[in-house]
Design a protein. Structure first.
Length: 159
């Protein structure tokens, strides 16, 4: 398709797809054009950046609302993972310990990221307060694990 002969509807579709996908390559593949062609039409449309930013903000608000709606469930999951981890350490049962530890770490890390994002969106300028609270909670968890070491293990436990 020649550069000057691209239908106006296809040009608008390319821009709309870019707003959705935010990837020149993905839009090019979807519309059977080259990535430079997508870039050229996106750059011609001055409103694209504003639309993308508005869409990004809308998605962030919707995601935070969903997270807020499911916060109790997430806290329950974190508590169960922590309890399971402590039980396994106390009993000396090391099966699946790494998977449980990683899951727990991911949930705690994402909780921290969400709190920081909420704080930032609310106009807060010092996310370090949130980080300090999370670090304090993690330190108390590590102390609890260290104060309750697993029972002595035989070499067979590691095989």
């Amino acid at each position: 398709m020649a550069r000057d002969n691209m239908p106006d509807a296809l040009q608008k579709k390319i821009v709309a797809d870019y707003i959705e996908l935010q990837s020149f390559r993905a839009v090019a593949k979807r519309n059977n054009v080259s990535p430079p062609t997508v870039k050229r039409y996106v750059e011609r449309n001055q409103d694209v950046a504003e639309i993308i930013e508005a869409k990004h903000e809308q998605n962030t608000v919707e995601l935070l609302q969903h997270i807020e709606d499911t916060a109790d469930k997430n806290v329950e999951i974190i508590d169960k993972l922590r309890d399971t981890l402590l039980k396994k350490l106390e009993s000396g049962d090391l099966r699946n310990l790494q998977a449980i530890s990683v899951s727990y770490g991911i949930f705690v890390d994402k909780s921290l990221a969400i709190k920081e994002l909420k704080h930032k969106l609310a106009g807060g300028s010092e996310p370090n307060i949130i980080i300090a609270g999370i670090v304090e909670a993690q330190e108390s968890y590590v102390k609890a694990v260290l104060d309750n070491p697993a029972k002595t293990r035989n070499i067979e436990d590691w095989e």
